[in-house]
Write a protein that binds this ligand. Structure first.
Ligand code: HEM
Length: 391
């Protein structure tokens, strides 16, 4: 081979090596990622893994971090700019205003959990922090598909008004319209509702906390879709709470909105399709969550930092099999989807169960109260880096 051909080959090899698909950078801490801009996330990840989530294995801290990502995202409208700029951190930046909205009741927990870490990491925006923490929380819940994370949200300069986040007392049409106005289709809304598979309520029944929405609140499995379709027979605590419907087993809480999603002709077939279909549930949620996480932001100016996220935990094969909780069976299904039968499932053997409450993380308690008082980032001793004046 001539010297000239060798030079050409060498040049070609350099170009191929430099292909954006192949290029990896090594960050100061020794981790590798596809884009230098993503290096900023590794210290944040290490800190929240060790100190914010600690030993949480899809428990209260993970649930709390996930819920707030939704409430922040809803501050956006395709038709009305006054609704906000979506995943822009406004829920915390204007916590003293937004957290007084009744539908944000309990988001104070997320503020208490995350504010010290937001203040310790001014190198990323508040909007980025909220969505990053939510993506990390998903990696703690067995059964999720690998989430994505885009870096580069621009923080809010004004709060989202009341009424951007759907309430459990809203009917299906109202919820679909509000979420449709942020760009989400009815299928995507039901895909996102899979989050209620790893969730519970602290504030619906004022007498009880940590009431799970299904019997497996620390596993991203399809039980939520099974159990929400069963006839409701019991309240976990008191009756007559707004936004609550009867649940099929003791200890569990059913949101009225979830009950309606399972039974309304606009959503019932999308809802039922998840039953015992772990793969579908996980992949639909993965796609819809990626879309929700950038609502209101200019994606063309963001960087894909998905490779910074830890790997997800697979669901053991046996746990991917949906079941009827003991004491219930096929007869309890309130069939709503008109075009497909509810799958037949095994009944969990054993005595009738009472689902235990989700253990509360003490870090969700703090200066920020449910009425919005104390929900100001600059009140945290470590920081005060993000007063609105600095935005
Ligand atoms: C579509 C309409 C939705 C409504 C009406 C709704 C309503 C609620 C309500 C009332 C609670 C209980 C709050 C409490 O009392 O502590 C809750 C919990 C939760 N929701 Fe939703 N939600 C919706 C969609 C979503 C979405 C799209 C996500 C995430 C992608 C989500 C994630 C969660 C999580 C993780 C919790 C548990 C929080 C915790 O245990 O700390 N929700 N939701």
């Amino acid at each position: 081979m001539s010297f000239k051909s060798l030079v050409v080959l060498a040049a070609l090899a350099t170009v191929l090596n430099a292909s954006p698909l192949e290029r990896r950078v090594t960050c100061a801490g020794g981790q590798t990622t596809s884009n230098e801009a993503c290096c900023v996330l590794f210290p944040v990840l290490d800190d929240i893994q060790a100190n914010m989530f600690g030993n949480d294995t899809c428990g209260d801290a993970s649930h709390t971090a996930l819920r707030v990502s939704f409430h922040d995202a809803m501050g956006f409208s395709l038709t009305d700019k006054s609704f906000g700029t979506g995943t822009d951190g406004s829920i915390f930046l204007f916590g003293d205003i937004e957290l007084t909205n009744p539908v944000n009741l309990g988001i104070a927990d997320a503020f208490n959990l995350e504010a010290p870490f937001i203040n310790a990491h001014p190198e990323i925006s508040v909007g980025d922090f909220i969505q990053f923490a939510a993506a990390v929380s998903l990696t703690k819940c067995p059964g999720t598909a690998q989430p994505t994370f885009m870096l580069g949200r621009v923080d809010a300069t004004f709060p989202a008004p009341n009424g951007t986040v759907p309430a459990p007392t809203d009917n299906v049409d109202v919820i679909l319209a509000r979420m449709g106005d942020t760009g989400l289709s009815p299928q995507e809304v039901i895909a996102l509702i899979a989050a209620h598979s790893i969730a519970g309520a602290d504030d619906i029944d004022p007498t009880l906390m940590g009431l799970p929405f299904d019997s497996t609140p620390s596993t991203f499995d399809t039980q939520f879709f099974v159990e929400t379709q069963l006839r409701g027979t019991v309240f976990p605590g008191t009756a007559g709470n707004a936004g609550e419907a009867m649940a099929p087993i003791k200890g569990e809480l059913r949101l009225l909105s979830d009950s309606n999603f399972a039974r309304d002709s606009a959503t019932s077939c999308f809802f039922q399709a998840n039953v015992n279909n772990q793969k579908l549930m996980a992949s639909n949620f993965q796609a819809a969550f990626a879309k929700m996480a950038v609502i209101g932001q200019d994606v063309s100016k963001m960087v894909d930092c998905s490779d910074v996220l830890p790997p997800v935990i697979p669901l053991p094969g046996s746990e991917a099999q949906a079941f009827f909780p003991s004491g219930t069976d096929q007869e309890d299904v309130e069939q709503a989807c008109a075009t497909a039968a509810f799958p037949s499932l095994p009944v969990l053997p054993g005595p009738l169960e009472t689902v235990p409450a989700i253990v509360q993380d003490p870090a969700t308690d703090g200066n920020c109260d449910d009425d919005g008082s104390g929900c100001v980032l600059s009140e945290f001793p470590a920081a005060a880096k993000r007063s609105v004046a600095e935005l």
